[in-house]
Design a protein around this ligand. Structure first.
Ligand SMILES: Nc1ncnc2c1ncn2[C@@H]1O[C@H](COP(=O)(O)OP(=O)(O)OP(=O)(O)O)[C@@H](O)[C@H]1O
Ligand SMILES: [Mg+2]
Length: 299
């Protein structure tokens, strides 16, 4: 059972009072990492033994962590943060019930879920901090040194959701953004596999052109650059059309490193098409096409 399946099971065991205490801890965490039980009681307005009972339960379920060292108090774990986001999605009607894990990335877990309308959707939980702090900072320049991982994951989800809305509106081929809360986003579910998993495809030149056409649309119409494009973030669907996923590090075209990031995105795609499918294409020609200098590209 994955950690998410566990969280969904735990979620079902939580009462309104449990959520209230989780919410209080979350709110107080913007000022301090570890929240003392006395402060929790002040906001919860219930007897201290009741607070202790709930804290004990949340602790046993792995939703919070009790620090007994220099800073005595309680802090949310990812599992607790997950429960708060799941609760918000259920309350707002974005999600009715959760299903299987469908993707585990470096810094995210993705699950299938059911919407109240009976449609299957995907829910992506950002989990920054899984890879080392320095690596993440290098990759995502926006992370502030002292903010917590939960807050940074919240920021990543917000950025990804807004980027998805923008590119989706401009008809870039991406999953449909549906909702976001805290560190999680709900989006349309997609079928297919990452380009990195395909050994052979019928017409790789056509697929490459479609990818470049999408990078061009994102650049010329939405005025953004993906910033982390690779064969792992391009999905080839069963109908052989592409979808570009994983947008939290998307940057505007007037970003300081825009040229460098766009060139790197293009280079990554061309390199993998060359290695996997033996397609030769020049970076400069692709760059000119994507940035609108030329109207067409042929390989
Ligand atoms: N909308 C979706 N529908 C179905 N599966 C998805 C969807 N979005 C993502 N996935 C699956 O989950 C995997 C991980 O997703 P994604 O690439 O967005 O996260 P990630 O690689 O952890 O991101 P990062 O490392 O940049 O934080 C994907 O490779 C894909 O298999
Ligand atoms: Mg990815």
């Amino acid at each position: 059972m994955s950690s998410a399946d566990l969280v969904v099971q735990i979620f079902r065991k939580l009462s309104v009072e449990d959520f209230r205490i989780l919410n209080i801890i979350e709110a107080a965490m913007c000022k301090r990492e570890f929240v003392p039980r006395e402060q929790i009681q002040k906001y919860a307005k219930v007897p201290i033994d009741r607070v202790d009972f709930v804290l004990n339960k949340l602790n046993k379920l792995g939703l919070i962590y009790h620090s007994k060292g220099a800073y005595v108090g309680h802090t949310l774990n990812y599992a607790g943060y997950d429960c708060l986001a799941i609760n918000a999605f259920v309350k707002s009607g974005a999600v009715l019930s959760f299903g299987q894990t469908i993707g585990v990335g470096k810094e995210a877990d993705v699950y299938a879920a059911l919407s109240p309308a009976g449609e299957t959707v995907a829910v992506k939980f950002h989990r920054l901090g899984r890879v080392s702090f320095r690596q993440t900072r290098r990759k995502r320049g926006y992370i502030r040194e002292h903010s917590s991982w939960l807050f940074q994951s919240h920021l990543a989800a917000e950025r990804e959701f807004k980027a998805l809305q923008l590119v989706y509106k401009n008809k870039v081929s991406v999953p449909e953004p549906l909702s976001y809360n805290r560190h999680a986003i709900v989006m349309g579910i997609i079928e297919g596999g990452e380009l990195s998993k395909w050994r052979k495809i019928a017409n790789p030149q056509r697929v490459l052109k479609e990818i470049l056409r999408n990078i061009r649309k994102a650049y010329l119409k939405a005025h953004v650059i993906h910033g982390d494009l690779s064969e792992y973030n391009i999905i080839l669907q069963p109908d052989m059309h592409v979808l570009i996923i994983d947008w939290p590090q998307c940057v505007p075209m007037d970003h300081l490193n825009a040229v460098e990031l766009l060139q790197r995105d293009i280079q990554n795609v061309l390199t993998s098409f060359n290695r996997r499918f033996n397609v030769e294409a020049e970076v400069q020609l692709a760059y000119d096409y994507v940035t609108g200098k030329t109207r067409n590209i042929t390989f």
